[in-house]
Design a protein around this ligand. Structure first.
Ligand code: ADP
Ligand code: MG
Length: 147
């Protein structure tokens, strides 16, 4: 069943905790896409998510690569940040299909930049600010099947 849920967070910790609870619930083969402006909290969410999978290593945005894999958690975790991607061919070069259609969990920051190769079963997470509600307010919309 497709579901849509809106969660509002008021600080970084709440966003990380949301990520953590979703990481705990993640199943093999699931893909989470994160969309939202620079500085909205995609990496904060991802860090919590990784913790939820049992990853102790600190997760940062991959700077020189599109994808970073973490093997120490409950499931292999493929963290993509495609902010700097020029063309989806770069995804093919790194063999993204083995990640997307494997037994691990994928999370993709800036997923809107590779829309054409995203499978239909992704859990879509949209993060937005609303300065009228405060500097640290975030509206997080989750669409799809995630638990
Ligand atoms: P992105 O990966 O989307 O570019 P980051 O996760 O790297 O963004 O950074 C988000 C920034 O916003 C951090 O400095 C964090 O402390 C701050 N922040 C403030 N309020 C929140 C919130 N409610 N949720 C997430 N991050 C927040
Ligand atoms: Mg980021």
């Amino acid at each position: 069943m497709e579901t849509k849920k809106v969660i509002e967070t008021l600080n970084e910790k709440e966003t990380a905790l949301l990520g953590e609870s979703m990481g705990k619930a993640a199943h093999p083969g699931s893909i989470y896409t994160l969309v939202g402006d620079l500085g909205v909290g995609k990496t904060v969410f991802t860090q919590g998510f990784a913790r939820g999978l049992g990853i102790k290593e600190h997760v940062n945005s991959p700077t020189f690569t599109i994808m970073q894999v973490y093997e120490e958690g409950r499931l292999p975790f493929y963290h993509f940040d495609v902010y700097r991607i020029g063309d989806v061919e770069e995804m093919e070069e790194i063999g993204y299909e083995d990640c997307f259609y494997g037994e691990g969990v994928c999370l993709i920051e800036w997923a809107n930049r590779i829309e054409e190769i995203l499978p239909g079963h992704c859990v879509r997470i949209i993060m937005e600010k609303n300065l009228e509600k405060g500097f640290d307010y975030r509206k997080i919309t989750i669409e799809g099947k995630w638990q």
